[in-house]
Ligand binder design. Sequence first.
Ligand SMILES: Nc1ncnc2c1ncn2[C@@H]1O[C@H](COP(=O)(O)OP(=O)(O)O)[C@@H](O)[C@H]1O
Ligand SMILES: [Mg+2]
Length: 328
Amino acid sequence: MVEKLLEVKNLYTHFFTEQGVIPSVNGVSFSVNKGEIVGIVGESGCGKSVTSLSILQLIDKPGKIVNGEVLFNGEDLIKLNEKQIKKIRGNRISMIFQEPLTSLNPVFTVGNQISEAIRIHQKVNKQQAKDKAIEMLRKVGIPNPEKQYYSFPHLLSGGMRQRVMIAMALSCNPELLIADEPTTALDVTIQAQILSLMKNLIEELQTSIIIITHDLGVVAEMVDRVVVMYGGEIVEQASVYDLFENPRHPYTQGLLKSTPKVHELEYELESIDGNVPSPDNMPTGCKFHPRCPFAMDKCKEEDPSLLSVGNDSAIKCWLYQDRKVVQV
Ligand SMILES: Nc1ncnc2c1ncn2[C@@H]1O[C@H](COP(=O)(O)OP(=O)(O)O)[C@@H](O)[C@H]1O
Ligand SMILES: [Mg+2]
């Protein structure tokens, strides 16, 4: 039986700036099953990071979750106080970010930081935490981990730093790992190594994962199910197979066209015309209509709903509204 680990329901996160309200995330709902890898894709500025930060209550002022639920094993994380959510963060749910240098403290050795992370959440002594940290450094492929334990973050390469972050994130055996653009800052060869490392580790440790990326190549490589975001909303959800075989939303079709083919050495990157709209200046109707090659009059005026089209897929587009099954 499929067991739901995380259910994000109708999430709205807005930023209340002096210039006005910026509605970055608007009514986002998706779930992650136990053992599943879910990808969230979309161009920069679509609300992917704000969605993932909201899950762990990491939205700082002037941002605020204004509506929604984030059920983790049935418990609403949004209702937890700071002390309660801290017990979950880095322990049952971990996060890794694009730029590991901003998450690592420059004045402590990497080993020290991993051991501390372990000691915050687990009842172990210093030696046990150190042993576990070295074991994790070895698992993520850091050569000579007993020595590298004493390295300072800035002395490591970008790829090695991201390995350290993965070691830290997985050191407490989290049930869920949220990886926000984990390989974007790395060069292509290192990206591939890090992705295959993550894939092997999460299989071994049985961790569920949300991987956020603007790169559909990463999705093809890693994920089971895909959530496509545009303008702070979900516009399509499908299994990775369905999404690549039969992308339905014109935005998804555009994203796929602009993704380089994995095995072609030379490719032309075809990007989608136009830009991601800014959340403080959203178009009327369907937010994608100014860039959509299929836009009809209706699309300019009315916003379609996200409708289930069966087979665990959903789509938010007027081209599919008459085939509706149920509203999700
Ligand atoms: N601290 C902030 N203050 C104001 N607006 C923000 C803040 N953080 C994010 N936003 C806005 O929210 C939107 C979504 O951002 P984000 O989730 O970071 O996009 P993505 O991760 O998909 O690139 C962006 O338009 C961004 O300008
Ligand atoms: Mg982001």
